[in-house]
Design a protein around this ligand. Sequence first.
Ligand code: ATP
Ligand code: MG
Length: 427
Amino acid sequence: MTLLKAVRGTRDLLPPETELWNHVEATARRVFARYNFGEIRTPIFEDTSLFARGVGEETDIVSKEMYTWEDRARAQSEKSQSLTLRPENTAGVVRAYIEHKLGESGLLQKLYYIGPQFRRERPQKGRYRQFWQIGAEVIGPPSAGSESPLRDAEVIEMLSSFLDELGITGWTLVLNSVGSASDRPKYVAALREALAPVKDQMSLDNQRRAETNPLRVLDSKDPADEAVIATLPKIADFLDDESKAHFAAVLSALDACGVKYEINPRLVRGLDYYTRTTFEFTHGGLGAQNALLGGGRYDGLSEMLGGPKAPGIGFAMGEDRLVLTLLAALDQSVAPPQAAAFIAPLGEGLNAAALALARELRHAGLSVELGDGSFRLKKSFEAADKTARAIVILGEDELKSGILTVKTFATGVQTKVPRAELAVFLQ
Ligand code: ATP
Ligand code: MG
């Protein structure tokens, strides 16, 4: 029989590395709570048209990376439907915002999510077909202040605090403004004009994009096309006064709290829905996949999905890449967790008593490994040394006298401890 393996681009996350994943998620929940965000969980699959409309038909994600299937009807009353595994979560959150009329409260909605996303990409380090994102959105009616540049700065400041708290240093924040929906057509026309005489020198993908969605040429990662891209007009020269003032206000709020940034006039990001502020946090330790996270403002997305006017700003972090960065700092390995004690029953007749003792200690809050009475003492010691800080020997004598033999591995000291004092001793 051929051995079954995890599908290409997917992977199993195993302990002790999963400790690191939990640590990243717990840090995100703790930091986001300080900014008064609440958690949203949307379905992992959605109607395909949500992404086609929300993310944009001509983006790489929609044009070639989605897992889409025709979901058969199960009853005559149902129709078959085209469904897609979510490639990102902003479209789902905005769909939920519209569906549950969250804007009617008149308040800003501050929502975060943690979960898997799916894209059919070429798998490599830091790039997988199932990967995890931790993201957040701030969205609401304009009267709630959702358009304010303060929202952009606050979200970006939160991210810098999050990375600091996680202990990731050496990141770079790159910012740009891609202007409003009304700036865009002028810029796209200028791009089209500039691309017309040079597009033949570019990759086939970019020749197609130059026709269908010229903005997407800018986020092409093809090194061969870089020289041409460097000659193209910059969006900064096409921003209207309002967009310029908005961007300046974002920058001055970041300056006020000392968050350092670089401006990259080519940063447009791979999704059609972005307006005004776009940003990325990159990290040198990640190699080619150097983006830890990306985000931006999406003032027209709700309306594109048939909802009310609901400007917003959000981001998505690549959790896989956060973990890779932390792993590199730990020299690629996480120390396996150590139990406080390993209980070694001397003979199978003591197994039940050993379980009762383990229960007592666990109820006292200790982490306990339970051996087995069939083990020889040497084997118990070997297993205990690998998994716990101390071994507790439970033989007939210990059970009767209530005085246990405990050996602490770090010191090599063996002592007798009364059962009533054992939990405190092991702490
Ligand atoms: P990239 O430029 O690396 O392809 P992207 O612009 O496609 O990223 P977004 O769609 O903005 O990325 O997603 C936000 C973050 O999610 C990225 O910055 C990255 O950390 C992470 N990410 C995106 N695609 C993958 C993937 N296939 N595997 C792992 N992480 C990913
Ligand atoms: Mg991508």
